[in-house]
Design a protein around this ligand. Structure first.
Ligand SMILES: [Fe+2]
Length: 260
């Protein structure tokens, strides 16, 4: 009733030709009247309305410009807030009302060949990008140390050889995709690349393993700054690798597999 009276008052005011600013003030008053009800509704449903979605769109672990000058601010902003976000939204839509809503993403990957292509593309796009962002940091690029360093030397003979092979995997991936450093089920490191949004955790992967490091070689990851020069982007990537995070992933993977 109170709301109705106010609407009538607004109409009268409008017809009376009073100034526009006065109408705006009245509209703001109307908003204030409605607001308590909305808040109350939200408050009443706070417990039951909590999102049941277990898949989080994680915040970028650094500012958009943190990887400058190697990866530029605008690229990171568009890549994260548009591309990555779209994969996340499409993934959530693709699994709505299915068993996948309550599954761990790695279990979805293990059975990915059984699910629609929209799930394969968007679950990969969602996971791979989070993994990529966390593979980098500002002022990264210090050489790996400790057990990871030893494992790289053992599997590739030297860090330089590893770097060369990983870079090559990214440079030669035809079209769009990813290059990966992974741990296999025997505890050995290997390098591979996957097309589109596939990853080595998926049952359709040519070579399966636990991912430790990745680089996105889709054009959207580098085109604004590097245009067609993908190799330059890959060379720059080594300056922002978060080796502490890669070492942490390696230790976790080794412990999970019980490899000595
Ligand atoms: Fe991407």
């Amino acid at each position: 009733m109170r709301k109705l009276k106010l609407v009538i008052a607004l109409i009268i005011i409008g017809f009376s030709g009073l100034q526009y600013t006065f109408i705006v003030q009245a509209q703001e008053t109307l908003k204030d009247i409605i607001k308590p009800n909305q808040t109350s509704t939200q408050s009443n449903n706070e417990v039951t309305m909590k999102p049941t979605n277990k898949f989080e769109f994680k915040p970028l672990p650094y500012s958009y410009d943190a990887l400058e000058p190697y990866i530029d601010k605008l690229t990171v902003e568009i890549h994260y807030s548009k591309h990555h976000k779209a994969y996340y939204d499409n993934f959530i839509n693709a699994i709505k009302g299915t068993e996948m809503e309550s599954m761990d993403i790695k279990d979805i990957f293990r059975k990915i060949s059984k699910y629609p292509m929209a799930v394969r593309n968007n679950s990969g796009g969602y996971f791979n990008h989070t993994f990529y962002w966390e593979s980098m940091k500002a002022h990264g690029g210090i050489l790996p140390t400790g057990k990871l360093s030893e494992a790289i030397a053992k599997s590739f003979s030297s860090f330089d050889e590893f770097k060369k092979q990983f870079s090559e995997a990214g440079k030669t991936r035809f079209g769009s995709g990813w290059a990966w450093l992974c741990l296999d089920d025997k505890g050995n490191l290997f390098i591979c690349s996957t097309p589109n949004q596939d990853n080595p955790l998926m049952d359709i992967a040519e070579k399966k393993g636990i991912p430790l490091l990745t680089i996105d070689v889709w054009e959207h990851a580098y085109y604004l700054k590097y245009q067609n020069k993908r190799p330059d982007y890959i060379d720059a990537f080594w300056n922002v690798v978060n080796w502490e995070e890669v070492a942490r992933r390696y230790e976790n993977a080794v412990n999970a597999m019980g490899v000595k």
